[in-house]
Design a protein. Structure first.
Length: 325
């Protein structure tokens, strides 16, 4: 067992997440009662297992590991779009891509929702085409939601959720679409929506009238419609990505989504060890039959070695759970 400290680590690790009640005394024990990941309220250390030891016992058959990972301006440096990208974005070398690919190999997930990717070719430098299929939204932005799926799984890409771009046509910057795919796990279909929502409304009240919150509220209305369609079709589904919102089961934004159908917020009641105990903004939500597939205590966060944490990796950590359909 490895305890996360401020010093260098011997290897990238998956770490258990810590109780939010330590950071949110105003919520207290109610947070612990709400979480689906543990039945006690005792805070635990940021503890994790080394490479090859993430699962102490053999995983059940047909187990699926899902992850979401914001790649922080993952762009090809020789690509045609780099000249129009912000000058302060991360500039990555070949060595940086090799490091990210090593972390992706350590993550070892079957399905990975990605954010801030410029093209499938760039994503394939991290998730090689020999092992993964890459799917990406079809809009003309510099950044895209994308999905890496093991080649052993059959995938169908559905039309992009264009309604998530709630910006007016005259706006200087359009918003990202959602990537909508169906993955077949044996004979069981799983509908997946990968998204990256408007930033700036982290935990503001729903009545906030500044620019970011009304925009995010509109996007949550679009998500409510998407969930309603999944519920009507009796589909198992996942919504994952960078919500740019510190969701809890009490957050009015999250409650908007549950008006239509029950949802499992897999990070409920926990703080992320990424950046030493921040709130989650990268989430994995489960709906329909997928709620019953969640393996208890499977939530993990992949942190970086302290010695390899320059801006050329990512400012987000990969968050994952395991499902058993």
């Amino acid at each position: 067992m490895h305890i996360k400290t401020g010093g260098a680590q011997a290897s990238p690790v998956f770490v258990f997440v810590k109780r939010l009640s330590k950071y949110l005394p105003r919520i207290g024990a109610a947070v612990c009662l709400a979480t689906a990941l543990c039945s006690t309220c005792a805070p635990s250390a940021f503890a994790g297992l080394r490479d090859g030891q993430e699962t102490p016992t053999a995983a059940p058959p047909h187990t699926l590991k899902l992850a979401t990972w914001n790649m922080d301006w993952l762009m090809a440096e020789n690509g045609p779009l780099t000249a129009t990208a912000p000058p302060d974005r991360p500039r990555r070398t070949a060595a940086d891509f090799e490091k990210l690919a090593s972390y992706a190999q350590h993550l070892d997930a079957d399905i990975i929702g990605l954010q801030e990717v410029d093209s499938p070719a760039t994503a394939e430098q991290i998730f090689p085409a020999s092992a993964y299929q890459i799917f990406i939204t079809k809009d003309a932005l510099l950044q895209h939601p994308a999905l890496a799926v093991r080649r052993t799984l059959k995938v169908h890409q559905n039309p992009d959720v264009t309604a998530l771009d709630v910006a007016p046509p005259t706006a200087e910057h359009q918003l990202r679409r959602g990537l909508d795919v169906t993955v077949e796990i044996g004979a069981i279909p799983l509908r997946i929506l990968v998204l990256h929502l408007k930033t700036g409304c982290w935990d503001n009240p729903v009545s906030e009238r500044q620019h970011s919150c009304p925009t995010l509220l509109q996007q949550f209305g679009v998500l409510e419609d998407w969930i309603s369609a999944r519920a009507a079709a009796h589909e198992a589904f996942v919504i994952m990505g960078d919500f740019n919102r510190r969701l809890t089961v009490y957050d009015p934004f999250f409650l908007i989504l549950t008006h239509t159908a029950p949802l499992t917020l897999t990070s409920s009641g926990w703080a992320s060890p990424c950046e030493d105990g921040s709130y989650f903004i990268d989430h994995i939500l489960l709906g329909g039959a997928a709620q019953g597939w969640l393996q208890p205590h499977s939530l993990r966060v992949m942190t970086y070695k302290a010695a390899s944490q320059p801006a050329t990796l990512s400012d987000h950590c990969a968050v994952s759970v395991r499902l058993t359909p």
